[in-house]
Write a protein that binds this ligand. Structure first.
Ligand SMILES: [Zn+2]
Length: 261
C-alpha cells in the first residue's frame, strides 16, 4: 500500500522530527528533574530547581530565593543569610549549596541575602534604618538605635517578603545565619533537637542568646510562635574560615536536616 505508507511516513515525520528534537529534555524532565534544570540554567547550577524573587528591599533590590534539593521530600528547610547586612559571610555557605551538586534527602530553599540594601551598604539595618530582626510582629516593642524596630510591626518590605515566603513554604526547619556571637541558639525548646545537630555538625557551641534585652520582634520568635516548624539562629564568629564556608558549613547544614549531596 504505497499510498498509505506514504501518508504514514509523512505523519511519522511530523511526529518524530519535533519529538526527536525534544526527546532529551522530555526524558530528563520525566526522570531527572535536576538534570533538566542543569541543562537549561548552567552546568554550575546543578542543585538549582528554581529561582524566585520573594520581594524587594526598600531601595528596590530583589530578594532572591533558590529552590534546591528534592521537592518530593516531606522535609522542607529554609536557610536565610544576611538579615543583618554587615553579617554576610555565612551567606557564602548558602551560595555554595546553591552552586554545588544536586541535593538529596530534603526540600531546601536558600535566601542568601534577606537584606540586600544592608549588604550593599555594609550596615546592620535596612535602608530605613530598621533592624529587621526586631521588626517581626511577635513581642514587638519600640526600640531605637542599632535595634530600631521600625514604626510598627512588620513595617518593612523585607520583613513582609520573608513572612509571606515562610507562610507559603511552611518549612519544618528555618536556620537564620548571623555573626559574630559564635554559637547555636538554645532559647527555644521547639528547636532543641535541631540545635543539637547544628552544634555538632557545624562545630559551634550551644548558647542562649537574649538579644540584649530579652528579644522582641525577632524572626525566630515570630516563626516559632506562628508556624508549625522550628526556626533557629546560628551565629558564626567575626570571620569564617575557608573550611567553614566551603566544607563544614554546607555539609553540616545539610546533615542537620537529613540531606546530603
Ligand atoms: Zn545578626
Amino acid at each position: 500500500m504505497p499510498r498509505l505508507s506514504g501518508v504514514l511516513s509523512f505523519v511519522l515525520t511530523i511526529l518524530l522530527v519535533p519529538a526527536a528534537g525534544l526527546a532529551p529534555a522530555a526524558d530528563a524532565q520525566g526522570l531527572h528533574p535536576h538534570a533538566a534544570v542543569a541543562s537549561t540554567v548552567s552546568s554550575s547550577a546543578g542543585a538549582v530547581l528554581e529561582e524566585r524573587v520573594i520581594g524587594h528591599s526598600v531601595l528596590g533590590r530583589p530578594i532572591r530565593a533558590w529552590h534546591l534539593g528534592d521537592p518530593a521530600s516531606p522535609v522542607k528547610a529554609v536557610f536565610i543569610g544576611a538579615m543583618h547586612g554587615d553579617e554576610a559571610q555565612p551567606s557564602r555557605i548558602l551560595q555554595n549549596l546553591r552552586d554545588g551538586r544536586t541535593i538529596m534527602g530534603a526540600d531546601v530553599w536558600v535566601v542568601p541575602f534577606m537584606n540586600p540594601d544592608g549588604v550593599h551598604r555594609h550596615t546592620r539595618r535596612n535602608a530605613h534604618g530598621v533592624d529587621l530582626n526586631r521588626n517581626f510582629p511577635v513581642h514587638w516593642i519600640r526600640q531605637g538605635g542599632s535595634f530600631y524596630s521600625g514604626p510598627r510591626p512588620a513595617s518593612e518590605p523585607e520583613t513582609q517578603a520573608m513572612m509571606a515566603f515562610l507562610a507559603e513554604i511552611r518549612p519544618a526547619y528555618v536556620v537564620s545565619f548571623h555573626q559574630p556571637l559564635f554559637g547555636v541558639d538554645t532559647s527555644f525548646s521547639k528547636t532543641r533537637a535541631l540545635g543539637r545537630r547544628l552544634s555538632r555538625y557545624l562545630r559551634l557551641p550551644r548558647k542562649r542568646f537574649n538579644c540584649n534585652n530579652g528579644c522582641h520582634g525577632t524572626m525566630t520568635q515570630w516563626f516559632n510562635q506562628t508556624l508549625p516548624g522550628a526556626a533557629i539562629t546560628v551565629e558564626y564568629a567575626h570571620h569564617l574560615t575557608f573550611r567553614q564556608k566551603y566544607r563544614t558549613g554546607p555539609r553540616g547544614l545539610l546533615r542537620s536536616v537529613g540531606a546530603t549531596r
